[in-house]
Design a protein around this ligand. Structure first.
Ligand SMILES: Cc1cc2nc3c(=O)[nH]c(=O)nc-3n(C[C@H](O)[C@H](O)[C@H](O)COP(=O)(O)O)c2cc1C
Length: 501
């Protein structure tokens, strides 16, 4: 069951003993962020800070999604793959032939309606609205995380825009720097959908209405970090995540936002109006440099529920909350990725690889050059294209067991044949290793066993395997001696993702 708002999610967490209340007075400048970071590093519970120094009447929630179990609870699933499979099963299957099949596929088509947003006329956040000159972004308990950050940031706001070309709603989690009482700078990176909408508005020389939602029903919050293919509507996608349509309220700017929102910051960006953003200590663990210009949002209104709850997160060296969200993305999208690359068995974006840093992918290899074909495809697809290093292994290697991957890389790779470096490519805008943001290179490692065509027309060496009868006999003896259990050898375990446990 998905939750209708943030508060019911917090209550459920508390009931399970997965929420801690902090009553000590703490400032959103450095103190709350450091507390949240320490809790995240300890793989601790969600946190509700009830005494926000300097911000009477506010509470701050954090580390809401800092464990796989909490994200599963938020989305009401046992396995994240269920969500991707739910979507794929609607669209990718053989065409119906019998009358019964046709009727059932018609029923399924109508079922899509249950995931679409549901408009309502009343939302609790309309209880309090501050407009025009009265707006003061500094009244929000936004965080300064690191001592060298250039200002205070909304770190877990969902930025809503309507794409001027398609009319679809986009939801993206992008950091937002408070610049003055009525201005904020939105960190829309080069390759993200939010920036696409901004570029389209700029082409049309029109201002782009923007709404930043802070705290809402969990599925809508999580939808903001999902790399949903353009132009699928992200509110519709949030409905797929929740298993039912999101209840939405139409703002004066016509943007649809969840009626469950705690806070909504509404305004617009004007084409070409950009300002310095940063420095900001980001998820790579560095302050990103050089300072770049990003679009400036002018705020017209701030709406909020009574006793509002602000939500923030922390980024920095792993493992923090974003690591778990990244894992959820990996699992939700695996079935969807397989629709374009059916040879993919499993993927792992290791938490310490910071998502865009490293992807390990296992494939059902069926022709020479297959591993490199998969690399090229991934480097050409949406946000997987931002991945710096891709390692491809055979299907019997468990990508989640780093030692199995190290074995495959060590045993199967001849560097001059199997390592690909592509210079002059696009990269993650924040990658600290490239001097020009967004422009660098790629590394691919083909750690699969080689076909004769890839191996000087020779057969790949036969792998050692013990005699099965002898193994069984020895296993029985070892069991009797209390030394039973798995053999622990590489390739002995089936690939198993986080969501399958
Ligand atoms: C905590 C957190 C902060 C993020 N900050 C940014 C950011 O500042 N800029 C950005 O472009 N993406 C950021 N992302 C990644 C985007 O949320 C992610 O790429 C998402 O798919 C963007 O949505 P879009 O594909 O609709 O543009 C952040 C993700 C998380 C979890």
């Amino acid at each position: 069951m998905a939750f209708d708002d943030l508060r019911s999610f917090l209550s459920a967490l508390e009931e399970r003993g997965d929420l801690v209340r902090v009553r000590d007075p703490l400032s959103p400048v450095l103190e709350i962020p450091e507390l949240l970071r320490q809790v995240m590093l300890r793989r601790g519970p969600a946190v509700l800070i009830e005494n926000v120094a300097g911000y009477q009447g506010w509470r701050v929630a954090g580390n809401l999604f800092g464990s796989m179990d909490r994200i599963k609870l938020a989305l009401g699933v046992d396995r994240f793959e269920e969500i991707g499979e739910r979507m794929v099963s609607m669209f990718w299957k053989p065409p119906p032939t019998s009358l019964g099949e046709k009727l059932s596929s018609l029923r399924e088509a109508l079922d899509i309606g249950k995931f679409t947003p549901k408009k309502v006329r009343k939302a609790d956040f309309t209880d309090n609205v501050v407009e025009g000159d009265k707006v003061d972004l500094n009244s929000l308990p936004a965080f300064k995380t690191w001592p060298g950050d250039g200002g205070r940031y909304i770190t877990f706001g969902q930025v809503y825009v309507r794409d001027p070309a398609t009319g679809v709603t986009n939801i993206g989690v992008y950091r937002v720097m408070i610049r003055s009482s009525r201005e904020a700078v939105i960190h829309w990176q080069l390759h993200k959908r939010g920036r696409l909408a901004y570029l389209e508005a700029s082409r049309r020389r029109e201002p782009l209405p923007v709404a930043i939602v802070i705290g809402a029903e969990p599925a809508a919050m999580i939808a903001g970090v999902m790399p949903v293919p353009y132009p699928m509507d992200k509110l519709l996608f949030a409905g797929f995540l929740a298993g039912r349509g999101v209840s939405v309220y139409k703002l004066p700017s016509e943007i649809l936002v969840p009626s469950s929102a705690e806070v909504v910051v509404e305004g617009y960006v004007e084409p070409g109006r950009e300002a310095d953003e940063g420095p900001f200590g980001d998820h790579w663990g560095y302050y990103d440099k050089p300072i770049h210009k990003f679009p400036v949002m002018t705020v017209e209104r701030i709406w909020m529920r009574r006793d509002p709850i602000f939500v923030g997160t922390i980024v920095g060296k792993p493992v923090l909350e974003d690591a778990y969200l990244g894992k959820a993305v990996e699992r939700v999208f695996l079935p969807i990725l397989r629709t374009v690359l059916p040879e993919i068995v499993d993927i792992n974006l290791p938490e310490y690889g910071v998502f865009q840093g490293l992807m390990i992918v296992s494939i059902r290899k069926s022709y020479p050059g297959h591993a490199k074909k998969v690399m090229m495809a991934l480097w050409g697809l949406g946000q997987t294209s931002l991945t710096k290093i891709i390692i491809v292994v055979d299907e019997d290697v468990n990508v989640h067991d780093i030692n199995q991957v190290i074995w495959a890389v060590s045993a199967n790779v001849d560097p001059q044949r199997d390592v690909v470096v592509i210079p002059g490519t696009h990269t993650d805008h924040l990658d600290p290793a490239t001097p020009i943001p967004g422009y660098g290179s790629k590394l691919g490692i083909d750690a699969t066993r080689k076909f004769p065509e890839e191996y000087g027309m020779k057969e790949w060496p036969e792998e050692v395997k013990p005699d099965p009868e002898v193994t069984s006999k020895v296993a029985r003896i070892l069991d009797r001696l209390g030394l039973g259990g798995g053999n622990g050898s590489v390739g002995s375990r089936r690939a198993k993702g986080e969501g399958e446990g």
